[in-house]
Design a protein around this ligand. Structure first.
Ligand code: OAD
Ligand code: ZN
Length: 248
């Protein structure tokens, strides 16, 4: 099946990749919906929303501090590096990620749309201004915005919040024009991200899914690899390089 995909890809100019938490699993970042993703028995939906933050900002900050520390210690895996190589291989390439861990950038990928923000950044809850601080946020003494006094929060998208309009619009416009769309390591249940592959497919893109588990997208996919992205993507890049005579 890999050979068949390589043949198809050699005719594709515009490639779009959507990634989710499974992409970073092999780097040691827990996914959201796996059992190991639970922190003190909380489901992410219970902590990643404005009401939770208003009710108990200390608890939400403790969770983010735990995740920040975890993400600061991990490194990109071979899947991330294979995507960086894909970016160079295709004439036009866009990476759309739901991950907030920054690992795609760390692996050298350039064209990245971070749909759900970035966990390393902070902003004001009330006026949205970015907030920079050396070191950690103390969950017992959450800083206040120097402009408006609002509480400082992580610059990520929470459940029930809008995505940055420009970012999501660019993502949809790339999806619409894609020749091939890869959905990698995402459970494809959180919208609007989960609509991107459907849009791409409807507009004629070849849809490829890489995920050891089936998802709502699996039925739609033209190619489905029940595999870990850190293994499958490097093999795919090797196969592509072979057919194109060894280029980068
Ligand atoms: P999920 O935790 O929902 O899904 C992770 C997916 O990765 C699952 O389908 C796994 O089967 C798959 N997976 C696990 N290991 C893998 C591997 N080594 N290679 C490939 N796939 C693997 O994470 P997301 O789909 O990213 O949103 O979740 C979407 C959004 O929900 C997140 O961005 C976050 C979350 O709550 C917000 O915080 C707004
Ligand atoms: Zn403010």
């Amino acid at each position: 099946m890999l050979d068949e995909l390589v043949t198809v890809l050699s005719r594709c100019k515009r490639c779009v990749v959507l990634t989710g938490a499974g992409m970073s699993a092999e780097s040691g970042v827990p996914t959201f919906r796996g059992d190991e993703g639970l922190w003190r028995k909380f489901r992410p939906e219970e902590l990643a929303n404005v009401d939770a933050f208003m009710a108990n900002p200390e608890l939400v900050w403790e969770w983010y501090n735990w995740r920040r520390q975890l993400m600061a210690e991990v490194e990109p895996n071979p899947g991330h590096f294979a995507i960086t190589a894909m970016e160079k291989w295709f004439e036009h390439f866009t990476m759309i990620t739901q991950n907030v861990d920054g690992l795609h950038r760390a692996a050298g990928t350039k064209s990245i749309l971070e749909l759900h923000g970035n966990i390393a950044r902070n902003k004001c809850l009330d006026c949205n201004r970015p907030f920079e601080i050396e070191g950690e946020i103390d969950s017992g003494q959450i800083p206040a915005c120097p402009k408006c006094g609002g509480k400082i929060r992580p610059d990520v998208v929470w459940f029930g919040e809008m995505l940055d309009p420009e970012t999501i619009q660019s993502a949809f416009s790339e999806a619409e024009r894609a020749d091939v769309f890869f959905s990698i390591g995402t459970s494809a249940v959180v919208h609007p991200a989960a609509s991107l592959p459907v849009t791409a497919k409807r507009q004629g893109a070849v849809l490829v899914e890489i995920n050891p588990e089936r998802t709502p997208l699996s039925e739609l996919a033209d190619f489905r690899f029940s595999a870990c992205s850190g293994e499958l993507l490097p093999s795919l890049m090797d196969a592509l390089r072979e057919t194109s005579g060894g280029g980068d």
